[in-house]
Write a protein that binds this ligand. Structure first.
Ligand SMILES: [Zn+2]
Length: 345
């Protein structure tokens, strides 16, 4: 063990029982953002992209051999390809990014920690399982285990770190399909609710249309979890803004996270509608951009992360949003959405 390790463990030890009171000691919950480099205070986060990807491996589990996902690409190559895209964000003032790739789709916390150190960006990774895309990224045990057993797996990643890296998740990422919730998707939502109850981590759910969105809110209510602990991911895929307004009024985070050249005007209109309803304090914005495509030469075509700052924010200003609105959307809301109360001595 070298000096760096000692320092790291020294920093990590006070949150080893994060989310839980330590036996026999008074504890004080502190608002914290859990990055791949460790905990920071919410006011240290800065302007954030709340849903992007560094790397995604869309090969269905059934088509993979037994080797771990990380054997399917060269992390050094991914590092070299992705780092310039992250570095390009700093001149635009961006300081943080939530990396939304879940387990079994190429989640790689160790790679993210390297990229965070090299780029100076705060990066967040996640725990949870992805039930969208017709369950092809769910391992078989997800269908047989109970919601409590799945939650126990995710809580363990929070308390012990992910896959022996010591890196803790900054949020829960689940995915559900676009229609009424299937049995397994409903179980994932319940497991996420129970993980939230024990960790305080916010639940970001790949959702899309309103039907599975409001069914999830019902499950959370049954579990006694506030809608404010839940992010309606890909809300732009629901075309009736009345549903966005209704979900935000219930307290949910509504994420318009598909900002891209072809969808710029639509995203501006969606944000403008939320402003007109005085609901900007429930909105999260991002691009779902990037990423190194596992299996394609050189990672394939990577959509730059900078479009948000070069084109989208100016378009929001042109649509009448104030600088205070933009600070709310890029700084205040992300910090609130990803804050977790961590108990320290
Ligand atoms: Zn995504």
């Amino acid at each position: 063990m070298n000096r760096r390790d000692v320092l790291r463990i020294g920093l990590a030890a006070p949150i080893a029982a994060a989310g839980f009171a330590q036996r026999g000691r008074a504890t004080t919950p502190r608002p914290t953002i859990m990055t791949v480099a460790g905990p920071i205070t919410p006011d240290a986060l800065g302007p954030m992209l709340t849903h992007e990807h560094v790397l995604v491996d869309f090969a269905p589990l059934a088509e993979r051999t037994a080797e771990p996902t990380t054997a399917r690409y060269d992390p050094d190559e991914v590092f070299d390809v992705v780092l310039p895209h992250l570095q390009a964000l700093r001149p635009h003032g961006c300081r943080a990014m939530a990396e939304f790739t879940p387990a079994y789709l190429g989640r790689d916390p160790a790679l993210l920690r390297r990229l965070s150190a090299a780029s100076g960006l705060h990066l967040l990774t996640n725990t949870g399982f992805y039930g969208a895309r017709n369950d092809q990224h769910l391992p078989p045990f997800v269908f047989t285990e109970t919601a409590d057993a799945l939650a126990a797996r995710w809580v363990r990643e929070w308390t012990d770190g992910i896959d022996g890296t010591g890196i803790r998740p900054g949020f829960i990422k689940i995915g559900v399909d676009g229609g009424p919730l299937s049995d397994v998707d409903r179980k994932l939502v319940r497991a996420a609710a129970r993980t939230h109850r024990r960790t305080g981590l916010t639940i970001a759910a790949h959702t899309g249309p309103a039907v599975p969105a409001f069914e999830q809110l019902e499950v959370l209510a049954e579990e006694g979890i506030s809608a404010s602990a839940w992010i309606w991911t890909h809300a732009q895929n629901e075309h009736d803004p009345a549903h966005h307004v209704a979900a935000a009024r219930r307290g949910a985070w509504v994420a318009f996270d598909g900002v891209a050249p072809a969808s710029l005007e639509r995203h501006v209109a969606l944000v403008r509608t939320m402003k007109d309803h005085d609901l900007l304090d429930r909105v999260l914005l991002s691009q779902d951009a990037g990423w190194y495509h596992v299996g394609e030469p050189g990672g394939g075509d990577i959509r730059p992360f900078t479009f948000f700052f070069t084109d989208f924010l100016p378009a929001l200003r042109a649509a009448g949003l104030t600088e205070a609105d933009l600070t709310q959307l890029t700084v205040t809301n992300p910090a609130r959405a990803f804050t977790v109360q961590v108990r320290t001595r």
